[in-house]
Design a protein around this ligand. Sequence first.
Ligand code: SF4
Length: 263
Amino acid sequence: MAVIENPALKQFVAHIGSELVLAQVFIRQNNSGYELRHVEDRSAIPDSLRLLNVNEVRTLVQYTATGIFRPLKSAPNLPGGWRLLLSGDVELETALNLFYPGAIADWYAVQGGNPPVTHYREFTNRQSGMYRITTMLNDAQAAQVIKAGCDKKFCLKRRLWTVAGLESDGAGEKSLIPCLEPCAVLMEFARKAVRIEQQEKVCLEISPDEVATLQVALANMLMQPDAEIREGDISAPGNPRRLQLVLEKLRPFLKLARDPEKE
Ligand code: SF4
């Protein structure tokens, strides 16, 4: 049977060289093909890692190390402690598509210089049904939502799409995997942000130093997220993306806070 050449795979393989990190997967060429590991296990003794076969990757990527479902495969919470031996390029493609669906094709599209990027306005204007309201965020609000929702704490894809007033992610900030349009998790987050904006606001007078205290409290919560709250549960007030959004909203006021070091 004739083998159909995949130009995206061919170019990606050429890019690997002897080794490459793709988000949280470390790829190393060996005599018989490739070895893949979690990037944090790159120096681990092989026998200390569980040897997987490709079919087991599908299950591995579903859950974090603590057993929480991973709705976004590009979230930086891929469990480690495994290695994978692959016999060649086709197996490599199969495995990488399980770790990061579509990553090779999207990476290849970017190498061509004209990737099919769909920006926030274009994408949300096409939505119908429950996501139609995501058009209601103004540019500044959408920028806050995008900065919070796509923060590297939550996603390793390099965001190429944007909204007026917001830069796309720079090369090298996150990973080689580009993001060409808003994902379902971001859309759900934007939908919730619209509902939050529509609520009647409460007025709370706090001083700049109290803003700084809130900032520290939120940052601490983000470092130790509540394990009970699922990443995809945007309705939970303690959802990490919602904490990050409040941080984004506080950011302009932080400049007013006194620097304790200078007092
Ligand atoms: S939209 Fe944001 S969170 Fe979703 S995949 Fe792209 S960069 Fe990641």
